[in-house]
Design a protein around this ligand. Structure first.
Ligand SMILES: Cc1cc2nc3c(=O)[nH]c(=O)nc-3n(C[C@H](O)[C@H](O)[C@H](O)COP(=O)(O)OP(=O)(O)OC[C@H]3O[C@@H](n4cnc5c(N)ncnc54)[C@H](O)[C@@H]3O)c2cc1C
Length: 279
């Protein structure tokens, strides 16, 4: 089907994008990689009056790791994240999950900011952002605000983004020495959205016990969620088979009533075993 008619403008800077968005009113939408929005237009599930194209704004495609943590700007593509060999240890889950998003042509166009802002409950990046405790920098004509990943997703395809706001960057806080992470998902066919997914991060001490355990689940609820019982089950424990099994059982219990958490234990187990191998 053809998309419904809309006005189109290409922004050359974030300031111009925000101005165009504000001028166009509540029915305007930002267009980044178009990998979610264009299909919605084609199926007439979205009927924006204006599209503000941010896809070619310069200086918005950087990934940086340093003492302050990991910074990912809005227009970084999934393929760019997938190809970053330096995303290891605490950031490995970011690289791993980016490589599992759709097919390669989708990954070369789809952007980090687009995936997070779209708020698809089956998307991979929101799960990783939650486990790694990312904060999103949201810019509007009034200034900037920081929103933690855990406060950002409001429901399926709903976020706390205001119509005049643009996500410009994600900040993943500095990880202490030795921190490790992994991402696992199940999808029925390669390249499909995840039926279920998990991102895990933790820090082993010199005795092998693990601390600051963060486990996030995706695809099993309206928004990605932390698995609090699984985190508690593992906190301070050695990363042995008994502790891994206990965390996996607890993660299934963390899925809310009515959610299909059947795949979750095996995904949590796989992520934890891979982390143990990496130590
Ligand atoms: C065949 C196919 C398979 C796919 N498989 C997967 C998959 O397995 N996993 C997955 O997660 N995704 C998948 N996707 C979606 C894809 O990853 C998209 O790239 C992503 O969801 C949105 O990124 P985008 O840059 O294309 O955003 P767009 O489609 O341009 O925009 C999506 C939404 O986000 C808003 N938006 C975009 N950028 C910003 C910003 N910086 N600030 C505020 N709002 C913004 C737009 O207004 C729009 O509402 C698939 C898509 C296709 C076509």
């Amino acid at each position: 089907m053809k998309p419904p008619p809309f006005a189109y403008a290409r922004a050359g800077s974030v300031a111009e994008a925000l101005e165009l968005l504000a001028d166009a009113g509540e029915d305007a939408k930002l267009l980044a990689g178009g990998q979610s929005l264009i299909p919605l237009l084609a199926y007439r599930l979205a009927r924006p009056s204006h599209l503000v194209d941010i896809g070619r704004i310069p200086g918005l495609s950087d990934v940086a790791t340093g003492p302050d943590g990991l910074r990912v700007q809005a227009l970084v593509t999934h393929a760019a994240l997938q190809s970053r060999a330096d995303l290891t240890g605490p950031w490995r889950a970011v690289r791993e999950c980016a490589g599992l998003i759709g097919h390669y042509p989708v990954r070369t166009r789809g952007t980090f900011g687009g995936s997070i802002s779209h708020g698809d409950p089956s998307a991979e990046l929101p799960v990783v952002a939650l486990a790694l405790e990312a904060e999103f920098v949201l810019r509007s004509p009034g200034g900037e605000r920081l929103v933690r990943a855990e406060d950002f997703f409001a429901g399926p395809f709903m976020t706390v983004l205001e119509p005049t706001e643009m996500l410009v960057q994600a900040r993943f806080p500095a990880a202490g020495a030795g921190r490790l992470s992994a991402f696992e998902e199940f999808s029925t066919r390669a390249g499909d959205f995840a039926s279920a997914a998990t991102a895990v991060a933790l820090t082993p001490d010199e005795t092998g016990r693990v601390h600051q355990v963060r486990i996030a689940l995706g695809g099993v609820g309206p928004v990605p969620a932390r698995a609090a019982e699984a985190e508690a089950a593992l906190e301070g424990a050695p990363l042995d088979e008994a502790a891994i099994a206990a965390a996996a059982r607890a993660a299934a219990a963390d899925c809310r009533a009515g959610e299909d958490g059947a795949l979750i234990p095996v995904l949590v187990e796989r992520a934890l075993r891979r982390i143990r191998e990496e130590r």
